[in-house]
Design a protein around this ligand. Structure first.
Ligand SMILES: Nc1ncnc2c1ncn2[C@@H]1O[C@H](COP(=O)(O)OP(=O)(O)OP(=O)(O)O)[C@@H](O)[C@H]1O
Length: 247
């Protein structure tokens, strides 16, 4: 572990009954790094992402975020770490709150930021993700792509040290995928530390510093996008890429 490591997983194991979904997973994410996790369905990618933010417990191993080991204390949502932002496939916005309030509330209740400052920050972030004009609407009045941009603004509002994206574009209509990926690419260029589970290989090629390939609960290989996509070294990665790139 070096000083610039923001997230360190060491020999992490997780089982659901007989299913061993994370097998001795060790992974470090450095400050400012964009790590894209790819792999077949059921590989354990979401579980890994959720374990980092304590939405899932682990059976053994350690997960350290920003120098603090995460104790494995069940899944207390209230104890989620504000420094780890999360963007989900299904947006998870508060349906009965306005777009503005969705971005304000965490700042006020978790960070104890004065409401005026929280509103100013929310407006700035909504502008930054291109939906400043939608602040007074409710989530259901927005397209999926717009809702996901609200979710990104909400994550950013907490001043996270890292944002985890778990298949952020999988629930979107194809024409909305790019607008969300563009926001994510801009964040990556600005130096945000990001862990992204995605099936969008274009994003991985364009924005990743490192591609991590998972299959059957294991990290099979990891490399720069150029080297990984140019010449994957494992048979499992080769056959995965052959399947998805011909579609
Ligand atoms: N709460 C749960 N209880 C039991 N099994 C689970 C649970 N959550 C996930 N699994 C199983 O664990 C395995 C890994 O799931 P996970 O969602 O992490 O995979 P993934 O790589 O993200 O897949 P996908 O690309 O389809 O989202 C799968 O076989 C899944 O069915």
């Amino acid at each position: 572990m070096t000083e610039s490591d923001l997230i360190v997983l060491d020999q992490v194991n997780k089982r659901y009954g007989d299913l061993h979904v994370l097998r001795n997973v060790s992974l470090s994410v450095r400050q400012g790094e964009v790590v894209v996790i790819i792999g077949p369905s059921g590989a354990g990618k979401s579980t890994l992402c959720r374990a980092i933010n304590r939405l899932e417990t682990i059976d053994s191993g350690t997960i350290t975020v920003d120098g603090t080991p995460l104790p494995d204390e069940g899944r207390p949502l209230a104890k989620l770490r504000a420094e780890v932002g999360m963007v989900f496939q299904s947006f998870n916005l508060f349906a009965h709150k306005t777009v503005l309030d969705n971005v304000v509330l965490g700042q006020v209740h978790v960070l104890k930021r004065p409401r005026e400052a929280a509103v100013a920050k929310a407006r700035e972030l909504l502008d930054r993700v291109g939906i400043g004009g939608q602040a007074a609407k409710f989530p259901a009045q927005l397209s999926g792509g717009q809702q996901q941009r609200v979710a990104i603004a909400r994550a950013l509002a907490m001043d996270p040290k890292v944002i985890l994206f778990d298949e952020p574009t999988s629930a979107l209509d194809p024409e909305m995928v790019n607008e969300v990926l563009e926001v994510m690419t801009a964040l990556a260029r600005e130096g945000m530390t990001m862990v992204v589970v995605t099936h969008e290989m274009g994003f991985a090629r364009r924005a990743a510093d490192r591609v991590v390939f998972m299959a059957d609960g294991e990290i099979v290989e990891q490399n720069t996008p150029g080297d990984f996509f140019g010449a994957p070294s494992s048979e499992r990665a080769q056959s995965f890429l052959a399947k998805i790139l011909t579609h």
